[in-house]
Write a protein that binds this ligand. Structure first.
Ligand SMILES: Cc1ncc(COP(=O)(O)O)c(C=O)c1O
Length: 457
């Protein structure tokens, strides 16, 4: 986040304090009236605005951010945390969080037909249409996390005893979604390069059908998996799904919001994305998009009538439990969306950074990239058993020596103590930070007499 955004953010926090003080001073309030505190905050806001205009006050901001509990890790450090990178909020999202913090704040102007995705002020209905268009699907809903998207689909399509085809690297939430519906997972094996191919999916469908006498109810495959972030052949799998007439759920937890995703081109019946993982949105948020063919099934409306009262809630969608993200979570997602849309067009640059760092890591003798290489994603799994872990074995801090060295250099986000196989993400880091990171890894290696073949590649 740039410093102006931080400053604005800080002023907003101070304004919230002022608002609370004013609220407490209203007639009938039992709260104390703190005029000194009030004046202090006003002076503070004035000074923040002055700083903003003058472009100064950087160290002070960090300090204030700390006391307010703002997590400013990405501002102060080079953060390589593997799963948070693309979920970090934009400044616009942070402001929306404050402005819409009250629980049902999106419902102020909810009018007939009384459903979240129909609200036009703020423009939630438009956002739903934009989301569907962004994924080249017909209809979209926001959901509390990708997992709730899986759940909506399995609970609509999978009957007790049905089988569901998943990857051998499927996320655990896919297992739970299938189990919740009473289904059974059937995993597709990886090939020698740790990839799920279309042929492997077809073979598994044949096996399962022969075994159970019935076609699987659903195919659910992650475009990039969470363990290695390898790319799986989702377009080929989409074709196989069509051939067997089995609905196909594309898990875009690691793609929707960072790279272009075209549901129709892939041949997906359902696209699921994670807001807090890849769409610069707060948790829990996500998206479930589908085609006209499936919309009435997965977004079916209630048919229930109260037996005593005869009440009906006709427009409410059963799988969505009526409405989903009702306040600041959704508004922050909407606030980040223009940035998110734009950044998907810069995916190639993210890949260059990812590959550059891996190349530099490979120059450190004894290091390996466990993910497919060259990288097709910013998330990677690396193995430093033959490099940093050799040092760890002799070092008095054991595996923590590596984290100590990284922290000293302002690099955070690795799992402390993990010097063998570990994951990192370069997503969103500037080239300046990438270069610094590469140099730091090589410097640490050389400090401990690990050979570095600089500029080998
Ligand atoms: C591949 C994959 N799918 C799904 C999920 C679940 O996403 P969410 O937290 O949005 O429910 C994750 C989360 O880590 C994931 O890595």
């Amino acid at each position: 986040m740039d410093i102006r955004a931080q400053k604005t953010f800080e002023a907003l926090f101070a304004l919230e304090d002022v608002r609370e003080m004013l609220r407490q001073s209203l007639p009938g309030s039992t709260g104390p009236t703190d005029m000194d505190g009030f004046n202090e905050q006003i002076r503070h806001i004035r000074s923040v605005i002055d700083d903003l205009e003058a472009g100064t006050g950087v160290p002070e901001i960090t300090k204030i951010g700390g006391t307010l509990g703002i997590r400013s890790r990405e501002e102060e450090y080079v953060n390589i945390q593997p799963i948070q990178a693309a979920g970090r909020l934009t400044p616009e999202a942070r402001k929306a969080l404050i402005a819409y913090g009250d629980g049902y704040s999106t419902c102020d102007s909810c009018r007939k037909p009384f459903r979240l995705d129909k609200i036009s002020k703020p423009p939630i209905a438009d956002f739903h249409q934009e989301l569907a268009a962004f994924l080249n699907m017909d209809t979209a809903r926001v959901v509390p996390g990708a997992r709730r998207g899986f759940q909506a689909v399995t609970s609509s399509l999978v009957k007790p005893g049905d089988t569901v085809i998943v990857s051998s690297l499927a996320h655990y939430t896919e297992f739970l979604a299938v189990e919740g519906a009473g289904g059974v997972v059937k995993e597709v094996p990886l090939n020698e390069n740790n990839i799920i191919t279309a042929d492997a999916v077809a073979d598994r469908i044949e096996d399962v059908t022969a075994e159970t006498g019935k076609l699987p109810a659903l195919i659910m495959i992650d475009h990039f998996d969470y363990q290695l972030a390898n790319e799986h052949d989702v377009s080929g799998i989409g074709k196989v799904a069509r051939q067997y007439d089995i609905p196909f759920l594309y898990n875009g937890a690691y793609t929707v919001g960072v790279m272009p995703v075209d549901g129709k081109k892939i041949g997906a019946d359902f696209i699921v994305g994670s807001g807090h993982k890849s769409m610069a949105s707060p948790a829990p948020s996500g998206v479930l998009a589908t085609t006209d063919e499936w919309a009435d099934v997965v977004f079916r409306t209630t048919q229930m009538t109260g037996d005593l009262t005869n009440r009906k809630f006709g427009v409410k969608e059963v799988e969505m439990l009526g409405c989903t993200l009702m306040g600041s979570t959704l508004m922050a997602m909407i606030a980040s969306f223009p940035t998110v849309k734009e950044r998907t067009q810069k995916w190639d640059e993210e890949l260059k950074k990812s590959n550059f760092l891996m190349d530099k890591l490979l120059e450190i003798e004894g290091s390996a990239v466990l993910s497919e290489y060259p990288r097709k994603h910013a998330l990677s799994k690396v193995d430093t058993t033959g490099s940093f872990d050799v040092v760890a074995e002799k070092h008095k801090r054991r595996g923590f020596f590596f984290s100590d060295e990284l922290t000293k250099r302002g690099i955070v986000g690795e799992f402390a103590g993990a010097t063998r196989a570990w994951k990192l993400s370069t997503y969103g880091l500037s080239w300046e930070k990438i270069n610094y990171l590469a140099d730091s890894l090589q410097d640490i290696a050389e400090k401990y007499e690990i050979k570095v073949n600089r500029d080998k590649l």
